[in-house]
Design a protein around this ligand. Structure first.
Ligand SMILES: Cc1cc2nc3c(=O)[nH]c(=O)nc-3n(C[C@H](O)[C@H](O)[C@H](O)COP(=O)(O)O)c2cc1C
Length: 203
């Protein structure tokens, strides 16, 4: 067994790098939001998880821009209290990457990438067509322990792609192509055989 090396002495940035390459893989929330002036916005966020199952609440951590100003997604969510989380699969990796490029405030990534969208049913931000899952969310709370703002959104309504549902109404594991983040790279997850999972695993 190899020895463990402490990372406590590292600076915040280096320690974070170690964490981002080890607390993995991270799912990616591909978030659409609108500004009060009705400008669309799209960006990916991998500090993203399920914060609560009932009520169903998703959490995303949004850092400030390098100049310290808030990102458009956070500004929009705080102003309108609405956002949509899309779960993209590996075939959308280029679009996800391009939507996360630094762009000027108020830049419409949806239009720039010519992504086909539909109207959401409970909120104003548009829904990107063809994603594995779509969660229409309402802001319930924000919290901050430092640089990041943690955004908690209650899922008002959710949909899963018909392509991923089996005849018995379960997720078709063979059809799912999860796109995630490991460190600062994209990752595709492969499923291990069922025997590798504990019998009663919850998560
Ligand atoms: C795959 C991926 C994951 C990202 N995850 C995060 C994240 O968790 N938190 C964050 O603040 N920025 C994250 N970013 C960077 C934002 O997407 C980026 O700053 C984006 O330009 C923000 O756009 P906005 O100003 O339109 O909100 C990520 C970028 C990529 C490509």
């Amino acid at each position: 067994m190899s020895a463990m090396i402490s990372i406590d002495h590292l600076g915040a940035a280096e320690r974070f790098s170690m964490v981002s390459w080890t607390v993995v893989p991270r799912p990616i929330a591909w978030i659409t939001s609108v500004s009060p002036a009705q400008e669309n916005n799209l960006a990916p966020f991998s500090f993203f998880t399920i914060a609560s199952t009932d009520p169903l609440i998703l959490m995303v951590a949004i850092e400030p821009r390098e100049d310290g100003s808030p990102k458009d997604t956070l500004n929009n969510i705080l102003a309108t209290r609405e956002f949509v989380v899309q779960i993209a699969e590996t075939d959308r990796v280029d679009e996800v990457a391009r939507s996360g490029a630094d762009s000027p405030p108020h830049f419409d990534e949806l239009a720039a990438l010519a992504l086909p969208t539909s109207k959401a049913s409970r909120v104003l931000p548009p829904v990107i067509d063809g994603c594995a899952a779509v969660f229409e969310c309402e802001l319930v709370e924000t919290r901050s322990f430092g640089r990041e703002t943690l955004v908690f959104g209650e899922v008002l309504t959710a949909r899963v792609s018909e392509r991923l549902i089996t005849e018995s109404g379960r997720i078709d594991k063979a059809a799912l192509r999860p796109l995630g983040r490991i460190g600062s790279t994209f990752a595709a997850s492969t499923l291990l055989p069922r025997s590798a999972a504990p019998a009663q695993a919850a998560g």
